[in-house]
Ligand binder design. Structure first.
Ligand code: HEM
Ligand SMILES: *[C@@H]1O[C@H](CO)[C@@H](O)[C@H](O)[C@H]1NC(C)=O
Length: 325
C-alpha cells in the first residue's frame, strides 16, 4: 500500500515535471498550427485585406514583405516595427520616409480582431501578410510558423545602429556579417535578397550607384538619371522611386538575379552579390533555376521568421498594432 502510494506520487511528480518541461519548450517554439483552434479564420482575414491592397497597388506586396524583414532584424520578429511614439523604429534612418504598409496592417488587425479578439499578435500578422504578398505576386507559398507575441516597446536605437538594418551602400562583407549577426548564412542572405524582385527604392538609395559605380550597365544607369538627378540630394527628388527589378517589378520571379548578371542591379548592395566575389555562383544558380531560388527563399524566410520571437508569457497580444495595450 505504502509502496503503491509513493510510486503514484512519483508518477504524479514525473508527469507534472514533464508537463512543465513541455510547456516550457513548446512556448519557445513557433508552430504552423498555432491558431488551428484559437483562430482558424485568421488566414482568410489576412489574405483578403492583402489581396485588395495589392490589387489597388502592386507595390504594396513589396512593402509588406519588407516590413517583415525590418521587424525581424530589430529585436526579433515581435511587431516592434509597427509601434508609433517616442521609441518608434519607423523614424530610424533606414526606415524614415521609406517603410510603408502600416495602414494595411491596421486594416488587417481590425478584421482579425473582429473575428478573434485579443488572440492574434501583430508580429504574426506581419509574417502572414509577407507570405501572402509573395504568393499573390506569383511567388512560392509556404506554411508560416506562428505563435509570436508583441513587444511592448519599439527599439529606435537598435534600428538606428549602423549595420543592423543593412544600408544600400553595404559591401558584400557588410551584408554577410549583418545577416550572420541574426543567425542567417550568406546563402540565406542571397536568397532573401531575391525579395528585390518586387517593390521600389528611392533616388536617395540608388543615386550614388548610378553616378559613381563602375559595375553598372551604362544604358541602365543613364535611363535612371532623369528621375534621380545628381542635384537631388536634400531635395524632394530624393524620394523619387525606381523599380528594384526593372523587368517584372510586380512579379515574384528570379529576374532580380538575371539583372545582376547583366550589371543591372539598382542598389549598390544588390550588385555586390554579383561582383566577382563568393556569392557569384549562387546568383548564377538562382538566375538559371527559379525552383532553386524559390526553395532557398522559403527556407530562409522561415529561418528569418524564427529570429528571437517573444513566446509564452513574454510580450503581449497587442489590441492595436501601433501601441502597446
Ligand atoms: C541584403 C540586404 C538588403 C539591403 C541592403 C536592402 C536595402 C533596401 C533598400 C535601400 C530599399 C529601398 C528603400 C527606399 O529607398 O525607400 C529596399 C527595398 C525593399 N527591400 Fe530590401 N534590402 C535588403 C534585404 C531585403 C530583404 C531580406 C527583404 C525581404 C525578405 C527585402 C525586401 C525589400 C522590398 C520588398 C523592398 C521594396 C519595398 C517597397 O517598395 O516599399 N530587402 N531594400
Ligand atoms: C524623418 O523624416 C522627416 C521628414 O523628412 C524629418 O523631418 C525627420 O527629422 C526625420 N526623423 C528622424 C528621426 O530622422
Amino acid at each position: 500500500m505504502a509502496t503503491s502510494s509513493s510510486s503514484s506520487t512519483t508518477t504524479f511528480a514525473l508527469a507534472l515535471f514533464t508537463t512543465i518541461l513541455l510547456i516550457g519548450s513548446s512556448s519557445a517554439q513557433l508552430s504552423e498550427n498555432f491558431y488551428a483552434n484559437k483562430c482558424p479564420k485568421v488566414f482568410y482575414a489576412v489574405k483578403s485585406v492583402v489581396q485588395s491592397a495589392v490589387a489597388k497597388e502592386p507595390r504594396m506586396g513589396g512593402s509588406l514583405l519588407r516590413l517583415f524583414f525590418h521587424d525581424c532584424f530589430v529585436h526579433g520578429c515581435d511587431g516592434s516595427v509597427l509601434l508609433d511614439g517616442a521609441s518608434s523604429e519607423k523614424i530610424a534612418p533606414p526606415n524614415n520616409n521609406s517603410l510603408r504598409g502600416f495602414e494595411v496592417i491596421d486594416a488587417i488587425k481590425s478584421k482579425v480582431e473582429a473575428v478573434c479578439p485579443g488572440v492574434v499578435s501583430c508580429a504574426d500578422i506581419v509574417a502572414i501578410a509577407a507570405r501572402d504578398s509573395v504568393v499573390i505576386l506569383g511567388g512560392p507559398s509556404w506554411k508560416v510558423k506562428l505563435g509570436r507575441r508583441d513587444s511592448k516597446t519599439g527599439f529606435f536605437q537598435v534600428a538606428s545602429t549602423q549595420g543592423v538594418l543593412p544600408s544600400p551602400a553595404s559591401s558584400l562583407n557588410n551584408l554577410i556579417s549583418s545577416f550572420q549577426a541574426q543567425g542567417l548564412s550568406a546563402k540565406d542572405m542571397v536568397a532573401l535578397s531575391g525579395a528585390h524582385t518586387i517593390g521600389k527604392a528611392r533616388c536617395s538609395s540608388y543615386g550614388n550607384r548610378i553616378y559613381n559605380d563602375k559595375n553598372i550597365d551604362s544604358i541602365f544607369a543613364k535611363a535612371r538619371e532623369k528621375n534621380c538627378p545628381r542635384t537631388s540630394k536634400g531635395t524632394p527628388k530624393d524620394n523619387n522611386v525606381a523599380n528594384l527589378d526593372f523587368k517584372t517589378p510586380n512579379h515574384f520571379d528570379n529576374s532580380y538575379y538575371k539583372n545582376l548578371i547583366n550589371k543591372k542591379g539598382l542598389l549598390h548592395s544588390d550588385q555586390e552579390l554579383y561582383n566577382g566575389g563568393s556569392t557569384d555562383s549562387l546568383v548564377t544558380t538562382y538566375s538559371n533555376n527559379q525552383k532553386a531560388f524559390e526553395s532557398d527563399f522559403v527556407a530562409a524566410m522561415i529561418k528569418m521568421g524564427n529570429i528571437k520571437p517573444l513566446t509564452g508569457s513574454n510580450g503581449e497580444i497587442r489590441r492595436h498594432c501601433r501601441r502597446p495595450n
